[in-house]
Design a protein around this ligand. Structure first.
Ligand SMILES: [Zn+2]
Length: 492
């Protein structure tokens, strides 16, 4: 979820840089506290030869967020990890898709009775330019019970947890039914071709034999007080991403003599108003129904009642309920394909008539609908042959992963042991992740989280891609241990 908040607190930035240094010292001494939570560590905490999994994950997370990977540069964040892996006898490899765009792959052998499990996390982040951050974005700042930094939730906490899990697995030498592979990749935020796409097309033997992959796209949802886990979601499906270019040709000329018959900007404007007013068909997929039912618990009437009814009537959405859900951005996006105009282009000069007026319309398509069907709907809605509508690029569509299977069983088992009151259910992402590349390559990809947070935190704008991205500190270690336990279940 991307929600932007305004902040007028920029002046505190300098003050917090100082605070950050103090916290760095405090954190080093706090690291030992996490040991008590890690019940599965076989070594007594009185003479530990190495840090606990939560402490190690945290130390790695601090290192990862300190490297600005918002414009590439993933190799710089990945290079120091080679020594960590080497120290536990693992040979890692960094493959660059272009200079600086590194992808790290490391594998622990199993007995081969099952096909490998792939852990995937992306190391790139979205830029912070123009965002009102109140802390330095490329440093780990701990304050108010949160860890603040660009990428902390998307996707470096997951990356740090996965790295610590690999190191933990190498140390413990438990017998495993499958190879465990970790891929830390570049360029997810720009489509994945520099990262997992590159590995799957050019180095398939490194990751392509996996049966199952655990990637971002799931959730550990906390209550408003950040005191307990309410739900664990497993990402089984996601919408696909497809932009369309709308263009209307014009004759150009001097703006003192406007066209009286064919004004490309006006024709285009009418078309995009029609798109803005259009609602694609509402229906509820099997990956979505349960999340709507659960969401009812976080809402008040009439939304809560409408959500419950829609979960009950799925896949059908009755008209009255549709009107209620469609007023909320998130629920609206869960029940239908959406298309929105994001870019406009006309003449390069104010006194020159445009020879073409163009709009980019970005669509997020439900997994049971196609790019071609969406294009046909757009053409029908606009209903004007002067507006040319063509797909702009191709970010690939991936199938969904089966809801029932090994991953759901493992997640349910671990969740019920750790947090007995928490619900477990599948979910569909409204955005796209690298999972579509994996699913297209025949790997069953699932969204799992190692970073607990609340829905309210996302709504306050502290989630992925926003300014002041942050996670509740006390849950970081628990999240890493949760993911570790799921991995142990899946590699038994
Ligand atoms: Zn991400």
């Amino acid at each position: 979820m991307v929600v932007h908040v305004e902040s007028s607190d920029l002046q505190r930035y300098g003050e917090l840089q100082v605070t950050h240094r103090i916290y760095a010292f405090a954190l080093a001494s706090l690291a030992g506290c996490a040991l008590r939570h890690d019940a599965a560590q076989p070594i007594s905490s009185t003479h530990l030869p190495f840090p606990s999994l939560p402490a190690e994950a945290r130390e790695i997370l601090n290192q990862l967020v300190a490297v600005d990977t918002s414009h590439g540069n993933e190799s710089e964040a990945l290079r120091p990890l080679a020594a960590r892996f080497a120290a536990v006898g693992l040979a890692s490899e960094i493959i660059e898709s272009s200079p600086g765009r590194g992808n790290l792959v490391v594998r622990i052998k199993g007995d081969g009775s099952k096909r490998p499990l792939l852990l995937l996390a992306h190391i790139d982040v979205v830029p912070v330019d123009g965002q009102p951050w109140t802390v330095p974005p490329f440093a780990a700042t701990e304050k108010d019970g949160f860890l603040w930094a660009r990428g902390v939730s998307d996707d470096k906490a997951m990356g740090a947890a996965c790295i610590a899990i690999m190191i933990d697995a190498a140390r413990n030498k438990t017998p495993r039914s499958r190879d465990l592979i970790l891929a830390l990749t570049a360029g997810e935020e720009t489509g994945g071709d520099a990262g997992i796409g590159h590995l799957l097309s050019k180095h398939k033997s490194l990751v392509g034999d996996a049966e199952i992959a655990l990637n971002e796209g799931g959730g550990i949802l906390l209550d408003e007080a950040l005191a307990k886990v309410q739900a664990v979601t497993i990402g089984t499906a996601e919408k696909s991403y497809q932009s369309f270019r709308f263009s209307v040709k014009g004759k150009g000329g001097h703006s003192s003599l406007p066209p009286t018959d064919h004004d490309p900007a006006a024709i285009l404007a009418r078309a995009i108003v029609k798109i803005a007013d259009h609602r694609f068909r509402a229906h509820v997929l099997s990956d979505v129904g349960e999340s709507l039912r659960q969401a009812a618990g976080f809402e008040t009437p009439p939304m809560s009642a409408a959500l419950l009814r829609v979960a009950g009537s799925a896949p059908t959405v009755h008209e009255g309920d549709e009107a209620v859900l469609s007023r909320d951005r998130m629920y609206n996006a869960l029940i239908r394909t959406t298309c929105v105009t994001t870019m406009l282009k006309g003449s390069p000069k104010d006194n020159v008539l445009p020879t073409s007026a163009e709009a980019t319309v970005n669509c997020r398509i439900l997994p049971d609908e196609t790019r071609d069907e969406t294009q046909q709907v757009l053409i029908k809605v606009v209903d004007d042959a002067r507006v040319e509508i063509a797909p702009d690029g191709d970010l690939h569509v991936g199938p969904s992963s089966p809801i029932d299977g090994d991953v759901r069983r493992a997640v349910e088992k671990v969740t019920h042991t750790k947090w007995p009151a928490a619900a477990v259910y599948p979910s569909m992402g409204t955005g796209a992740t690298d999972s579509r590349h994996l699913r297209n390559a025949g790997i069953l990809a699932y969204g799992i989280s190692a970073a607990a947070t609340s829905i309210a935190e996302g709504r306050r704008g502290h989630g992925a891609h926003g300014p002041d991205e942050r996670l509740p500190t006390k849950w970081l270690g628990e999240g890493a241990l949760f993911l570790r336990d799921v991995v142990v279940e899946l590699t038994k």
